[in-house]
Design a protein around this ligand. Structure first.
Ligand code: UD1
Length: 362
């Protein structure tokens, strides 16, 4: 039996890990232990995902959160190392680009435990983003790199990864697996539309990126622009705790009522029912596409460039003019998709199969 330790900690990682955890069950020679770093800890940012998505309970919760980037990553590194030393896994799996991702990968690398990185090869080419630093460093110390897209493969290729002693696989996107798998259940069980009395068209918005929340000019411009849009069509903004804190601190007053962060099934229901998505989240850009919605990205660049190239996503930045012009361009525009940009919904099984081969045949 080969032991895999999966290190997760932030909301999008629960969605991603659920697809691989489910697929790993088909491989009796592999066992999985989940370590939660504690980066996200509010019940509606963490517990609800484990419950709804039937993810195995974490065997360890390191309870690290709320510090600066260095302190947070450092504490996670130290505590993950302790777990790895006592559990002696055959491989460590990490997801995405958060501080949790880097800490998990680095702890394993320093102990010479093989590292597998799901969502490898993504780049924003903006080193001021903490996520860009995390993903570049994680890719470089990983043994197995699972790329969701051609663009991710190209990025690694350009960076000379062909010369490094690692395996690179294009697998499709595990978030697409999750969206397909849970879509029906969301339809049947989520009561969010009724609970929020959402019987009229609405746009779905999320804002949490540091470059938007920690820059008051950006944040003010975003909220004022959303106020303007809200006079046209209702804006629904499930608010990340980071954004909520900053809005409160600075007395910024949205004209609409932001709601608490929602669970995965409710989010899928909202994505299916909304008229347009406005977001600075990476995951939501893809989820909009999965459910046939256009997306205005509230950033200057995106890692998911294929969405922009194919016209599903407009990079709107944070300025009123570009957002309003994008809004008028995309609202009500018929959506058709023939591209299948993120695979066939079986990325988790592909990854589990490769892990089995790597661990049992070497
Ligand atoms: C992190 C990731 C980001 C990812 C996002 C998903 C890094 C560098 N960033 O950003 O890539 O897109 O998660 O949501 O890892 N907080 C709470 N309750 C929670 C979680 C956070 O109050 O459950 C507070 C924290 O204490 C902190 C702030 O929100 O003050 C930000 O949390 P943090 O994990 O540092 O970064 P995110 O913005 O969530």
């Amino acid at each position: 039996m080969k032991k895999i330790i999966t290190v997760v900690g932030a909301r999008p990682q629960f969605v991603k890990a659920s697809a691989v955890s489910r697929a790993l069950k088909a491989f009796p020679e592999l066992s999985e232990i989940i370590v939660h770093t504690g980066q996200h800890y509010d019940p509606n940012m963490s517990d609800v995902f484990f419950r709804e998505m039937d993810i195995p309970r974490p065997a360890y919760n390191l309870e690290v959160h709320g510090a600066g980037h260095g302190a947070m990553t450092g504490r996670m590194l130290e505590k993950t190392e302790e777990v790895l030393v006592s559990e002696k896994p055959d491989l460590v799996m990490v997801y995405g680009d958060t501080n949790t991702t880097l800490a998990g990968a680095l702890a394993a690398r320093k102990l010479n435990i093989p590292v597998a990185h799901v969502e490898a090869g993504l780049r924003s080419f903006r080193m001021t983003m903490p996520e860009e630093v995390n993903r570049i460093l994680t890719d470089r110390i990983s043994d197995l790199l699972f790329c969701p897209t051609d663009q991710a493969m190209n990025n690694l290729n350009k960076e000379g990864y062909g010369h490094y002693p690692c395996q690179i696989h294009k697998t499709g996107d595990v978030m697409y697996d999750s969206a397909l798998f849970f879509s029906e259940l969301a339809e049947q069980t989520s009561t969010i539309l009724k609970d929020l009395h959402l019987d009229k068209p609405f746009v779905l918005c999320t804002i949490h990126r540091q470059e938007n929340t920690d820059n008051l000019q950006h944040l003010n411009s975003l909220i004022e622009t959303l106020n303007e849009i809200n006079r046209n069509i209702a804006v629904l903004l499930p608010l990340h705790p980071r954004t909520r804190k900053i809005i409160h601190q600075h007395g910024i007053q949205p004209e609409f009522q932001p709601i608490e962060p929602v669970g995965y099934l409710d989010m899928l229901r909202l994505l299916k029912s909304c008229s347009l998505v406005l977001t600075d989240s990476g995951g939501m850009q893809k989820e909009a596409y999965f459910f046939g919605k256009y997306c205005l990205t509230l950033r200057e660049e995106t890692e998911w460039t294929e969405l922009v190239e194919n016209g599903y996503n407009l990079l709107a930045g944070t300025q009123r003019e570009t957002i309003i012009s994008g809004f008028h361009q995309l609202l009500g525009k018929p959506f058709s998709d023939s591209h299948r940009l993120y695979g066939n919904g079986k990325a988790g099984s592909t990854i589990a199969g490769i892990l089995s081969g790597f661990l049992t045949r070497g």
